[in-house]
Ligand binder design. Structure first.
Ligand code: TNX
Length: 512
């Protein structure tokens, strides 16, 4: 297996110098019995069919013959919860794992071993579907391997989110955090507070028409992600970053005003909302942060938080709800702390675990609560001192909205310029004094979208850096290797071309 290019790099790869060829009558043979196993097999079948037009048959009955791809659930296999083993010979491919997740991640490795043309969604002719023989044993370093998409500053359609989910799955990421609310937009239907979307969802940065997900659409995203072993983590940012809610319901508003520039009067009649709301804020389409806060001293605010979290928890099978908590610059600390304490209690009441940006460490973290380090090391340390785990998202390394260099047109650079080597060459356990491996739940790469308006722009900021983040999250630090990664990326660049992905051709990589 000298010419393979797997990202993230597997723990162990031993090549045996031959090749397996996938042909029309190759069978998929299943060992084990679960609905998810059947679904994984259908996923693989479809993937192969797109490019090869082979309609592989699935077989659970007889012994696998020659030329089979075996997907085996084997609880006795010691590769960890998400690990897998691939045993590829000239005659067959055997993929085993102790969980369905492991099988799914193994399929991503298998996929990357095939010729790049496998990624073409329509029939390709003239390609021999050969992969190198050998044995791969693999399992991830971190349990939480995530990305975040800000759908509040600019709205992204269900189709765009699903497309992103597919790309994350290719790199064995397992968490997608959706930033569903911010000053500029409220993007999730809450049936008990309907103006949040009719008013709060009606615009976005730059003044476009915005949008929101109905509860049915959100559930559809969750299910699509689940089939790809990705957990959706919904975020409602509070008590700051809430102008869209304050424009929807004046009773939540302590009366702090929206910056004049880029504020937009709510035209209730045009939006079909009856009555007047003299306390409500104007809508906001600029990119200033830190000017809004919920009224933390009013009981109605907690009724609001309770209703929102309840409805969100009901349609979120994953364990986490993200409560934001960042940049609440106009909430006094004496008000911020009890607010975060109560928000965590509400999340717990609905059976979920809270995640919040690192500022939440000022509050009393409930057991299990997770802090997401993005800016202030002392906050992250305070969280760990309270017994919490942290997610590593340092803005200087992991923020996908940071420009590559001073010539990048999209993005911002308040934290750093992040070239590919900078995105790759950092070590989560070396970021904050006193925070080591056992304190780190995992890694997440956020994409804030003040300047990102569509799928192609998203891809340009995400690729190739997301693959660096995926490798940091999956691979033990001893096995990370910049030179090897750069070489492997060349093959991925070819795949992205065939997938139609708009990526940044970093001058550090010899794309060919
Ligand atoms: C800071 S990161 C923010 C976001 C902005 C981002 C832009 C964080 C927790 N807050 O509101 O979108 O910078 O890079």
């Amino acid at each position: 297996m000298t010419d393979y290019a797997i990202i993230p790099q597997p723990i162990s790869v031993v090549g045996t110098g031959d090749s397996f060829e996938l042909v029309e009558n190759t069978q998929i043979h299943l060992v084990g019995d679960s609905a998810q196993l059947t679904q994984i097999s259908a996923y693989l079948q479809q993937l192969i069919q797109n490019a090869t037009s082979f309609d592989l048959q699935t077989n659970t009955e007889t012994e696998p013959g020659e030329g089979a791809i075996v997907l085996a659930l084997d609880p006795s296999l010691s590769v960890g919860n998400e690990g897998y083993q691939l045993d590829i010979t000239k005659q067959s491919i055997k993929l085993s794992a102790s969980s369905e997740a492991g099988l799914f991640f193994g399929i991503q490795t298998l996929r990357q071993l095939f010729p790049a043309e496998l990624e073409i969604k329509s029939q390709v002719s003239g390609v021999k579907w050969r992969i190198p023989t050998g044995i791969i044993t693999d399992s991830p370093e971190y349990a939480y391997r995530g990305a975040m998409l800000d759908v509040a500053r600019h709205f992204f359609s269900v189709e765009d989110v699903k497309h992103y989910i597919d790309l994350l799955a290719f790199y064995k990421m397992n968490m997608l955090h959706l930033h569903l609310s911010d000053d500029q937009g409220w993007r999730i239907e809450i049936k008990s507070w309907p103006n949040l979307t009719t008013i709060g969802g009606s615009t976005q940065v730059g003044g476009g028409k915005g949008g929101f997900y109905t509860q049915e659409q959100y559930k559809d995203i969750v299910a699509y992600a689940q089939e790809r072993f990705i957990t959706i983590i919904p975020e409602i940012d509070m008590p700051g970053h809430t102008n869209s809610a304050l424009a929807s319901y004046g009773e939540l508003n302590p009366g702090i005003t929206v910056p004049k520039e880029h504020s937009v009067k709510v035209d209730r009649a045009a939006l079909g909302v009856e009555g007047l709301d003299p306390l409500a804020s104007e809508l906001y389409t600029g990119i200033v942060v830190g000017f809004s806060t919920l009224a933390t001293d009013k009981e109605i605010t907690y009724q609001f938080v309770d209703d929102v979290i309840r409805e969100l928890a009901e349609m979120t099978p994953g364990p986490y709800i993200h409560i934001g908590g960042d940049e609440s610059h106009v909430t006094e600390m004496k008000d911020y702390i009890p607010f975060i304490n109560r928000a965590q209690e509400i999340v717990a009441k609905y059976g979920k675990t809270s995640i919040g940006w690192d500022e939440i460490a000022h509050a009393t973290l409930l057991p299990g609560s997770v802090a997401q380090y993005w800016a202030v090391a002392e906050n992250a340390k305070m969280a760990v001192d309270q017994g919490a785990q942290v997610i590593m998202s340092p803005a200087t390394k992991a923020y996908l909205d940071m420009q590559y260099d001073s010539t990048t047109v999209l993005g911002l650079h308040w934290a750093a310029y992040i070239e590919l080597d900078s995105a790759y060459n950092w070590e989560p356990t070396a970021m904050v004094d006193g925070i080591g491996k056992s304190n780190i739940l995992g890694i997440e790469a956020p994409l804030w979208t003040e300047t990102i308006t569509n799928r192609s722009e998203l891809e340009y900021m995400v690729f190739p850096r997301i693959t660096a983040i995926a490798e940091i999250a999956w691979v033990p630090k001893e096995s990370k290797d910049w030179d090897s990664y750069k070489k492997r990326l060349i093959d991925h660049g070819k795949r992205w071309e065939l997938m139609g992905i708009n990526y940044y051709k970093s001058p550090l990589v010899d794309w060919g």
